[in-house]
Each structure stands twice: as structure tokens, then as C-alpha cells.
Design a binder for this molecule. Structure first.
Ligand code: BGC
Length: 766
């Protein structure tokens, strides 16, 4: 490590050209070195769920080979574990791998919000909910960085689709930006301090993320206190000098000297202050020396692929979500006669495509695991192609025949690689027709049907009603088959929960009308109503709600306690609840805490998840789970004050099994100062004026002066005006209407007098 003084000293010895050169990569994966000035280079690599260290030619779409590594389950499954400790453990394992391979920074986690089920990279992302994405990624970063390896949280920000990813502008309100899209980054950046943040390709409200001062400087650095380096996504830089000035430290990969020359020119022409360049180089050198510290200094770390393969299997079992289990169809008995059907039983689909693609050192499918465990009572029929949508009569017939003979048909289905990947978005949410046909035909013939799914994002399930059981395995990593074996035969109870809603059909999704937008613009018209926030508010039926997942056991919830019934906005609130395993199987339960807002006139979701924990319980065992809620658990982003705000009133603290199944709740009253205007004018309405305690009496006086002589209402008036209309016609009228209400008694000079008086009282500096 070098001290800041030493770094400053090195910078003072660099020429302008040398300083500019450090601002971009040497190659695809290395930063620049200047050996004669004592500056080494460091290597960065993808990420996020395995090490994609390329030894040959680099690329960012996963096309060229990387070293043999271990592929852990994809982000979608990691979020479904709802297990922060486990994600941290995975991070630690990746950190060790990086150390052993001299990789200084791993490019992950990827935390963009799943706005639409169609985003091609949803498999890599965590959740439709920012709190879940934030909490889980915080653990990952802490895990990796505990090994003194950096992370690069990505893609900052509002990068929620692949279509035209270099040019599209995500257009959204400040509130949606803060509450949904930035919140997924804010928690980990504040609490886990990633070494780097990777800015995204897209524009945000018209401005490229890589040149966005509001994003990279005002919010990231000034508000959140980020002290690390911002790295560009690979090729995200357009105007290098502008990007540098606005907060982008390192351009990746190399620009073959082009953008370095741009920087030199900008300084020479006086368009870029050299001091900004110096500060940037200081910041980069801090990262480079920090990363370099480990190089050749990691002898205690070995990349133990077999050990990490076993860890990948452990983790994968927790990513599976049991979506349906009629009459306890699962777990299966090991001596049952099973017709295993579907290409993915043999060659599983276990990871997504693109920059996250890992070159696995071994892959275990379900059939491999059966063989390893000596299971003999099973038949196998491929049923359909695992890579394309080609129906084969012969393959289908074989599957149906096998199913007829068996106690249960276990169908391994899902999405082929080509259906979802980095670089493009899905066009629909359907599975290949050939698979649906086989599922339909087998269902007619089989006694029982279990569907085992391999996909990176939600799919429509026309078979959902007919199947006896459905196990969502997402993309479970290279050891997926071992984990499937453990769960399907009951050695482990499934404990994943959906970190995203499965809508019944694509058209139900809130972004449907605005995805992927028109040419270079995508308008986030659904605003903060992403995922369950929308479905719950609209009381829509969904296929499987957010937070949903079954277990082989059952749990009882008791004793919900909150530390106070009334608090002030900003105070903490402690919550505890007891969970008991009332079934016969040792299992893990995900305890979910939602906050329901009952009062504010501001448009808000019905409920939002603000706490979760995972507990392992033996049969009969009870554990107490505790949560601490803070200001942000109750707040929304109020654009009027450019800040988080907790309105006064009642809030329900809810414990739920998912967003649609709340089992216990308690209410808390929050006291808070209202947000009041600091100025009134002719168009201010009576309701607002009379609701302002500071000026209410004065306005009342004015109102009584405007009342025309009292008289009995005529029959016609009584008939045509009910109480509500009467209220509305007065209270929603602007101040200037005093003229008419008073039948000309209050002229504008009186209104001016009133405004002068009340504006003195409400002025900000009062
Ligand atoms: C991806 C990043 C990745 C980078 C390097 C880009 O295309 O968006 O997620 O880290 O390539 O492979």
C-alpha cells in the first residue's frame, strides 16, 4: 500500500501524457502500468458468479475461452435464497479464487432492477425489489472484499434492458429513480463500500451514465460518500473529457490511445483543468496499489475447484423455489419408478450467456447425480431438444411411453440458451412450443407429473394447473444436478422464495406498454409501481407472488412484538416474531417483514418489503427473529423537498409468507412534521390554506368576510348541491375566487393584503 503522500509524489513525476494514459485500460482486462515510475498494472475480470479470467483474447460477450473455473448459481437464484450469509460465503469463495489467480477486482454484483421479465440479463440480476437487491448484494461485496479483492457493483444505473443498450435513454421521475432504481445501489455502496462502481451504457433522462455528473458526482460521491473509483462498462465512454470531469475515473477496456490523446488535447486547449486529471490519477493509483498488494502475495489461497464445486451444490439447493406440491408429490422416494424426461436432465441449462459465462471445470446434471447415487429404477427420455424449438414426434412418443410405465414423470424443462442472454431482450415469456407439447402429452399419460424448471426469468406456465409439482431451479450453476437430487429426494427441503413476481402473462406486467420503448427512448411510465408494488396495488391475480415458495415442512408464526406503538419519524423500531417448525422435516423458512402504509395521501404501494431473514428449524423448534426498522423503512422520496420523508400516521408492520399472504401484523403510529408550503399566491386553493395551521385563523377571518349575507337555500339549490359538492366547490377554489364568493366585496387589493400577511409567516427563513 502506498500512502496518499507517496501517491501524490508519484503523480508529480508523471508527464501529462502519462497521466492521461492511466485513465484507460492497457488491454481488455488490465489497467496501464508505467514500470519506470513504479506503477504496476492490475487485472480485473468478470463476474459475478464465477471467475471469467480470460487467458487468450478478451471479449465482453463470453465468446472466447477463459480459465476453467466454478460456476455458482446465477444472481436470480442467489436472490431467491434470501440468505445473506450464504451469498457472503459465495463472495468469500470468489474472493479466494481471485486471490489465487491474481485478479484484483471481480466485476459484480449486478443489481439492476427487474423492471420487465423480458430483460435479457434478468438471470444475472437479483430482484424486482430494491431492498432485496440491496441487502443481498451488500453481503456479496462484503464476502469478496473480506479477501482483499475489489468488487464492481454494476450497471450504474437504470440499465434494465439490453435493447439498444448503448443509446437508449431510460426516462423516469426523480422519485422512481431514487426509490426503485438507485436504492438497489445505495445500500451496498454506503454499507459495503465496493472498491469500484461500474457505470452503465445507457442514458438516464437523456444523459449518458458515463458522463452523468448528477449520477456519478452529486449523488454517488457527495450524497452517498463513495470514495472508490467509477469504471466504465466496457466501451461505455463517448466524450472522455466530459466523463472525467463528471466523475468517471477509469475507462475500460483500452481505447488504443485514442481517448488518452483526447484528454491531453483537452488539457492543452484549456478545456480540462489538469488538477482534475491529477486528482483522478491519484484516485486510480490508490486502487491500483491496493489491488497490486496481493499480487504474488497470495500463497495461502488456492483455487480449489472441487471444494468450490461442493459449495456451489450446497448453495444451489437453497436457490430452488418449490412453486407447487399437490398431495406432497415431492419429495420422491428413491425406490419409486421414475420416468426422467427432458434434455436438461442430462445436459442442464445452468448458467446465462454473455459476460457472465463461465468455462466450468465440471458439470453435474440430474442424471449424473442419480448415477453417482446408484439409483437404478429410472428411465430417461430426451423428449425435446434442449437448444432449439424443434418438435420431434419420435422423442415425444418415447417420453410418453416411459411415463406410462412409471409412478411419476419428472420433466426437466425450461428456456434454451438462445431464449435469454446479454445483448438482447426476450420478445415473449413463453417456453419453447416443443417442450409445452411434450409436457401436455406426458401429462395425459403419467400418473403424476413433476416439472423441474431451468430458466433465468419468469415464464408463462400453461401447465401450472395440471402439474402435480413444480420446482423452479432457475440457473443453478455447475453443480445443479447434485442439488436437484438432494431436493427432489428429500435430503434437503427447498427453501428458496421468489425475489420477483411471476405474472400470469406478459401483458400483465406494468412495463408492458413501455418495453423496450421507442427507438432510443424508454419511458418508465409505471413509475415506482414495479413488480409486486403494481400487482398488489391493482389487486391483480398473478401466477406466483413475490416472496412465494413452499417447503417440505410447515411453519407457525406467533408473538409479533414491536418496541413501541408510537414513534417519531426517524426513530428506530424493533420488531420480533417467533417462528416454529410445525412439520416433520428440518427446513429453512424465510421470514419476510413488510411495511404497509395506511395514511398518506401520496400515491404509495400497498406494502413494501423492509426486512427478511432466513432461519433453519428442526421439527418442533422455535426461533425468535428480530428486525430493526429505521427512517427509510417508512419513507418515500418526496420530490418537493428532494429528500426522504415519513408522513405522519398509521403504518402496519406485517409478517408475511409472501406479499400476498400476511400472517401477523401490528400497527405503529408515527409522528412527523408536515411538509408545508413556503409561499402562497392567487392560485393557492382554500383547502391548502385552511389546512395550514400557521395561517388557518387568518384565512378563516378572510373567509368570513367573503361570505355573502346568510339566507335560506332555495329548493333548487338544495336539490342540486349535496354536501360533498358544496365542500368541493369552496375548498378546491383558488384564493382569487374570493372575488366571486363575496359577490364583489373582496377585490384584489384585499387578496394582496392577505397574501402579504400570510407569506410573511410561512416564508422559509421564518
Ligand atoms: C458487460 C459487463 C461486463 C463487461 C466486461 C460488458 O459488456 O455489460 O457486465 O462486466 O462487459 O466483460
Amino acid at each position: 500500500m502506498k500512502s496518499s503522500e507517496e501517491i501524490k509524489q508519484i503523480v508529480s513525476t508523471l508527464t501529462l501524457e502519462e497521466k492521461a494514459s492511466l485513465c484507460s485500460g492497457l488491454t481488455f482486462w488490465f489497467t496501464k502500468d508505467i514500470p519506470e515510475k513504479g506503477i504496476p498494472k492490475i487485472m480485473v475480470s468478470d463476474g459475478p458468479v464465477g471467475l471469467r479470467k480470460q487467458d487468450l483474447k478478451g471479449d465482453h460477450l463470453g465468446m472466447n475461452d477463459s480459465i476453467k473455473a466454478v460456476c455458482f448459481p446465477a444472481g436470480v437464484g442467489m436472490a431467491a435464497t434470501f440468505n445473506k450469509e450464504l451469498y457472503k460465503e459465495m463472495g468469500e469463495a470468489l474472493g479466494e479464487e481471485c486471490r489465487a489467480e491474481d485478479v484484483a477486482v471481480i466485476l459484480g454484483p449486478a443489481v439492476n432492477i427487474k423492471r420487465s421479465p423480458l430483460c435479457g440479463r434478468n438471470f444475472e440480476y437479483l430482484s424486482e425489489d430494491p431492498f432485496v437487491a440491496s441487502e443481498m448484494s451488500t453481503s456479496y461485496i462484503k464476502g469478496v472484499q473480506s479477501k482483499h479483492v475489489g468488487t464492481s457493483i454494476k450497471h450504474f444505473a437504470v440499465n434494465n434492458m439490453e435493447t439498444r443498450r448503448f443509446s437508449a435513454s431510460s426516462n423516469l421521475s426523480e422519485r422512481a429513480f431514487r426509490e426503485i432504481y438507485l436504492a438497489a445501489f445505495e445500500g451496498p455502496i454506503r454499507n459495503a463500500k465496493p472498491w469500484t462502481v461500474m457505470c452503465s451504457y445507457n442514458r438516464i433522462n437523456g444523459e449518458l451514465a458515463s458522463e452523468n455528473k448528477y449520477l456519478l458526482t452529486d449523488i454517488l460521491r457527495h450524497e452517498w460518500g463513495f470514495e472508490g473509483n467509477v469504471v466504465s462498462d466496457w466501451g461505455a465512454v463517448s466524450n472522455r473529457a466530459k466523463a472525467l470531469t463528471n466523475g468517471l475515473n477509469l475507462e475500460m477496456p483500452t481505447s488504443y490511445g485514442e481517448n488518452d490523446r483526447e484528454l491531453v488535447k483537452a488539457v492543452e486547449e484549456g478545456k480540462l483543468d489538469e488538477k482534475i486529471l491529477d486528482a483522478n490519477v491519484e484516485s486510480l493509483l490508490k486502487l491500483i496499489f491496493e489491488g497490486y498488494d496481493n499480487i504474488g502475495n497470495s500463497s495461502e489461497f488456492v483455487f480449489d475447484r472441487d471444494k468450490h464445486h461442493d459449495l456451489a451444490a450446497e448453495i444451489a439447493a437453497e436457490t430452488f423455489v418449490l412453486l407447487k406440491n399437490e398431495e406432497n408429490t415431492l419429495p420422491l422416494k428413491k425406490d419409486a419408478k421414475i420416468a426422467v424426461i427432458g434434455a436438461y436432465a442430462k445436459t442442464p441449462r445452468y448458467q446465462g450467456g454473455g459476460s457472465a459465462h463461465i468455462n466450468c471445470h465440471k458439470i453435474v446434471g440430474f442424471l449424473d447425480a442419480c448415477k453417482e447415487n446408484g439409483l437404478s429404477n429410472i428411465s430417461y427420455a430426451q423428449g425435446f431438444s434442449g437448444t432449439a424449438d424443434d418438435f420431434s414426434e419420435a422423442l415425444c412418443e418415447e417420453a410418453v411411453n416411459n411415463a406410462k410405465d412409471a409412478d411419476v414423470a419428472l420433466i426437466f424443462a425450461g428456456l434454451p440458451d438462445i431464449f435469454e442472454s446479454e445483448g438482447y431482450d426476450r420478445k415473449h415469456m413463453q417456453m419453447p412450443k416443443c417442450q409445452l407439447k411434450v409436457i401436455e402429452e406426458v401429462s395425459k399419460a403419467a400418473k403424476k407429473v413433476v416439472i423441474v424448471l431451468h430458466n433465468g426469468s419468469p415464464i408463462e406456465m400453461p401447465f401450472a394447473d395440471k402439474a402435480d409439482a413444480i420446482l423452479e431451479c432457475y440457473l443453478g450453476g455447475q453443480a445443479v444436478g447434485k442439488a436437484q437430487f438432494d431436493v427432489i429426494f428429500g435430503d434437503k427441503s427447498p427453501s428458496g422464495r421468489l425475489a420477483e413476481t411471476f405474472p400470469i402473462k406478459l401483458e400483465d406486467n406494468p412495463s408492458y406498454l413501455n418495453f423496450p420503448g421507442t427507438l432510443n427512448n424508454v419511458n418508465y411510465c409505471e413509475d415506482i409501481f414495479v413488480g409486486y408494488r403494481y400487482y398488489d396495488k391493482k389487486k391483480m391475480n398473478v401466477l406466483f407472488p413475490f416472496g412465494f415458495g413452499l417447503s417440505y415442512s410447515e411453519f407457525r408464526y406467533d408473538n409479533l412484538k414491536i418496541s413501541k406503538d408510537e414513534i417519531n419519524a426517524g426513530d428506530e423500531l424493533n420488531v420480533s416474531v417467533d417462528i416454529t417448525n410445525i412439520g416433520n422435516t428440518e427446513s429453512k423458512e424465510v421470514v419476510q417483514l413488510y411495511v404497509k402504509n395506511c395514511t398518506t395521501p401520496v400515491l404509495r404501494p400497498i406494502r413494501e418489503i423492509k426486512g427478511f431473514d432466513k432461519v433453519n428449524l428442526k421439527p418442533g423448534e422455535t426461533k425468535t427473529v428480530t428486525f430493526t426498522l429505521n427512517k427509510r423503512s417508512f419513507a418515500y422520496y418526496e420530490e418537493k423537498i428532494s429528500d426522504w420523508y415519513v408522513p405522519a400516521g398509521e403504518y402496519e408492520i406485517e409478517i408475511g409468507k409472501n406479499s400476498r399472504d400476511i400472517v401477523l401484523s401490528k400497527s405503529v403510529n408515527i409522528k412527523s412534521e408536515p411538509i408545508l408550503p413556503d409561499h402562497y399566491d392567487y392560485n393557492s386553493i382554500m383547502e391548502d390554506l385552511l389546512n395550514d395551521p400557521r395561517i388557518k385563523d387568518i384565512v378563516m377571518r378572510y373567509c368570513s368576510a367573503m361570505a355573502p349575507e346568510s339566507r335560506e337555500k332555495s329548493e333548487i339549490e338544495k336539490e342540486s348541491m349535496n354536501e360533498e359538492m358544496e365542500y368541493a366547490s369552496f375548498m378546491y377554489s383558488p384564493l382569487r375566487s374570493g372575488l366571486y364568493f363575496s359577490e364583489g366585496k373582496i377585490l384584489y387589493d384585499k387578496i394582496d393584503e392577505l397574501l402579504e400577511e400570510i407569506n410573511k409567516i410561512v416564508a422559509k427563513d421564518n
